[in-house]
Design a protein around this ligand. Structure first.
Ligand SMILES: [Zn+2]
Ligand SMILES: [Zn+2]
Length: 316
């Protein structure tokens, strides 16, 4: 988050109320004494005026937070060496306490607790229904395998790509504009005005603004073209029982190179174990290592879901 842009809107008088004669809304900087009864500002708490009672301090020179006289409590300029009220030295006098602008109180809500409780119930439910397991005894009854062998042909295919990613060798390239990404652009700013007690009987109004951002689409050329590629054209399949795989035979290519030539592509093998748990037949698709680990007729302990009885194949 960027630091907000700050702009001073000027200095204004803080206000105080005379506790002697009960005169209200006296000026914090101008009235060091009550103009009505002469009582010092002293311990009176300064406060921010409502907007209607704001009094601007023109050409304000700020020299620091007022000091509070240790003997009589009068607020004195930070530059004064002795209290104008009682004459006491201000050498070790402390700064006057600052007033802070009340912020709108955050609404307290139990919603967070309801959400957390809801999530907890959901997690327990998921565990109870889907994760909880128990162990059962089963016998391995057989091994099965299935092989899928891709056959590829070098041929002309249609492809699509962004203009800068179109490969060399592409033919019949035709492009149109399309949104490729987004970028964040500034769309005005959000501002608020804060009152800052300067501690010398005045406060400053500061306007703080943060940029408001919006996403904007960025277009680019999206192209369709023809190109020569090795492409999958056929799948040869074989399957069987037992531990010995018989892969499908790949026929020799009639054309050796260029368009129309053929070759063996990717080969995928699926390994399946069959079981009997005393009542039902079950099976698992497993990795090659797990498939070879067990022998037919072997008794094993296997995990099943406690709720559904479903076999947990990943824990074999
Ligand atoms: Zn007074
Ligand atoms: Zn004093």
């Amino acid at each position: 988050m960027d630091k907000p842009r700050e702009e001073s809107l000027g200095h204004y008088e803080m206000l105080w109320d005379c506790t002697h004669c009960d005169t209200k809304k006296l000026l914090g900087k101008t009235h060091r004494h009550c103009p009505n009864c002469g009582a010092p500002q002293g311990d009176a708490k300064r406060y921010f005026p409502p907007d209607a009672d704001k009094v601007k301090v023109e050409d304000h020179v700020y020299s620091g937070i007022d000091k509070k006289c240790g003997s009589c409590g009068a607020a004195q300029s930070s530059k004064a060496s002795h209290c104008g009220q009682c004459g006491a030295s201000l050498g070790d006098a402390k700064a006057v306490p600052l007033t802070t602008q009340p912020r709108p109180a955050k609404r307290k809500s139990n919603l967070l607790w309801y959400v957390l409780a809801g999530i907890l119930v959901f997690v327990v439910l998921i565990w109870f229904v889907c994760i909880r397991k128990k162990e059962i005894e089963m016998q391995v009854t057989g091994h099965r395998w299935a092989v899928v062998q891709d056959i590829e042909e070098y041929r002309e295919v249609s492809e699509e790509a962004w203009r800068n990613e179109v490969p060399s060798g592409a033919r019949q390239v035709s492009c149109s504009r399309k949104q490729r990404s987004t970028r964040s652009v500034q769309d005005g700013e959000d501002c608020r005005v804060e009152k800052v007690d300067k501690g010398d009987g005045t406060f400053e109004e500061v306007k703080k603004c943060t940029p408001r951002m919006r996403d904007e689409g960025v277009d680019d050329d999206f192209c369709r073209f023809q190109i020569d590629r090795w492409a999958k054209v056929e799948e040869l399949k074989a399957n069987g029982a037992g531990l010995e795989l018989k892969a499908p035979a790949v026929p020799a290519s009639k054309i050796q190179s260029g368009l129309g030539a053929r070759r063996a592509g990717e080969r995928r093998v699926t390994y399946t174990l069959d079981f009997h748990d005393g009542k039902n037949k079950r099976y698992c698709e497993v990795g090659e290592g797990t498939w070879k680990k067990y022998t037919d007729g072997q008794k094993i302990k296997a995990k099943v879901r406690a709720s559904s009885g479903e076999l947990v194949c990943s824990e074999l």
